[in-house]
Design a protein around this ligand. Structure first.
Ligand code: TYM
Length: 383
């Protein structure tokens, strides 16, 4: 297995050592104490936190402080429409739903149709169509339609451009190129783009909390360098790990490799086939050997997915882990459990999408309370 790894907003390579990544990025591990605080303020805990899937943060303690002082905070997350969404993409939205509900806060969702054109992920027509499909999936999550604003950058830019002008003036090319790795062949859209991804962190004068995987962190480091100069808070983050591709623990699941990803529109049979045939196993090659040596849980994709995302029941997870690790349970059995969990999750998701996806989409984009307010306002950082 590769020792080295690299994490950028566009790609994740190798076997990520999350402890090292936290050091490299200068973020903080979410300690047990902070988890307790979260639980206290939220009035309950969330499995993603309990299992350390969301594992790192910046200023989450301050967010909780603001919340307890009634200063409040707001949430911001996003999606780059580069294809149909996979399981990894939707998780931050489900986690945001929980945060929104528990803390009763606004949530802004940026759909980066500009970024994905500049990164070459499709023609304008393709990206527009991915954006619409992605927003339907976001609608299926069940966010509060009056406290969520979903916007496409190209469409909403008229309201944001003043802010983009101010933010981009604060970032010079030397900083941008060293932070984002730009070079002389990078198109200048991409060089401007970091300013665009930062704009929503300034939508309110409160502290902004961003739930996302840690790949997006580069933007927030750059935001934190300039926020106070603009009279705003440094953005806070709560970072997740990456869901690995089915085929192995390295890198991340990606829609550019749909066969090793579980897509939100995969049929139950496709899910079954993908998991049974492709999911990387930590078990031994022969049954006899497996019974003797057991499975390596740390690299077993089906077990890791259950642990991080789909097996709510702590006791059941513990039992599965113990029995699989000792060789009593076989890979096929673990995979079957995952298939069932995944298909239940996807079925619920699709049901909500069919039942009221269109209506929720319209509300979150244009007609809900927050959306209406946002369309009636220009984002000008001087206000
Ligand atoms: P994008 O489309 O690459 O990813 C969307 C969200 O999904 C997370 N993610 C994953 N999480 C776990 N496992 C994976 N395999 C995986 N792949 C993607 C990402 O961290 C992200 O939260 N530039 C952004 C769009 C954006 C954005 C934001 C994202 C604009 N503003 C604010 C987060 C927060 C992008 O292209 O994301």
């Amino acid at each position: 297995m590769q020792e080295d790894f690299e994490v950028t907003p566009w790609d994740v390579e190798g076997n990520v050592d999350y402890r090292k990544l936290v050091e490299k990025f200068g973020t903080k591990i979410i300690t047990d104490e902070l988890k307790k605080e979260m639980k206290k303020h939220a009035g309950g805990d969330h499995m993603y936190l309990r299992r350390n899937y969301f594992f790192s943060h910046r200023d989450l303690d301050r967010v909780l402080e603001d919340h307890s002082k009634d200063d409040g905070f707001f949430l911001y997350t996003g999606i780059g429409p580069s294809g149909p969404m996979h399981i990894g993409h939707i998780i931050p939205f489900y986690f945001s739903k929980w945060l929104q509900k528990k803390f009763d806060v606004n949530l802004y969702i940026q759909v980066t149709d500009d970024e994905r054109y500049w990164t070459g992920d499709g023609t304008t027509g393709e990206i527009d169509s991915y954006a619409e499909q992605n927003i339907m999936d976001i609608a299926a999550v069940g966010l509060d339609p009056d406290r969520t604003f979903v916007f496409k950058n190209k469409e909403y830019m008229g309201n944001m451009y003043e802010a983009a002008v101010k933010i981009s003036e604060k970032i010079n090319f030397s900083v941008a190129s060293s932070v984002f790795g730009f070079n002389s062949s990078t198109n200048i859209g991409m060089i401007f783009y970091p300013a665009v991804q930062m704009i929503p962190t300034f939508f309110e004068k409160k502290r902004c909390l961003i739930p996302a995987a840690i790949d997006q962190d580069t933007y927030w480091r750059a935001q934190r360098d300039i926020a106070e100069k603009l009279g705003y808070h440094k953005a806070a983050q709560i970072h997740s790990k990456f869901i690995p591709a089915l085929t192995g623990p390295e890198g991340k699941m990606s829609s550019s490799k749909p066969r090793s990803a579980i897509m939100l529109d995969d049929s139950p049979e496709e899910v079954r086939k993908k998991v049974m045939e492709k999911a990387y196993s930590g078990g031994q090659i022969t049954k006899e050997e497996h019974r003797k040596k057991g499975a390596d849980l740390s690299v077993d994709v089906a077990y890791q997915w259950l642990k991080n995302l789909f097996m709510e029941d702590d006791d059941r997870l513990e039992e599965i882990g113990r029995r699989y690790n000792s060789g009593e349970m076989l890979t096929g059995e673990i995979k079957k459990i995952l298939v069932e969990k995944l298909n239940n999750f996807l079925e619920e998701h699709r049901k909500r999408k069919e039942e009221n996806g269109e209506e929720l989409k319209r509300k979150m984009m244009y007609e809900g309370e927050l959306a209406e307010r946002m369309w009636n306002r220009k984002i000008d950082l001087d206000q």
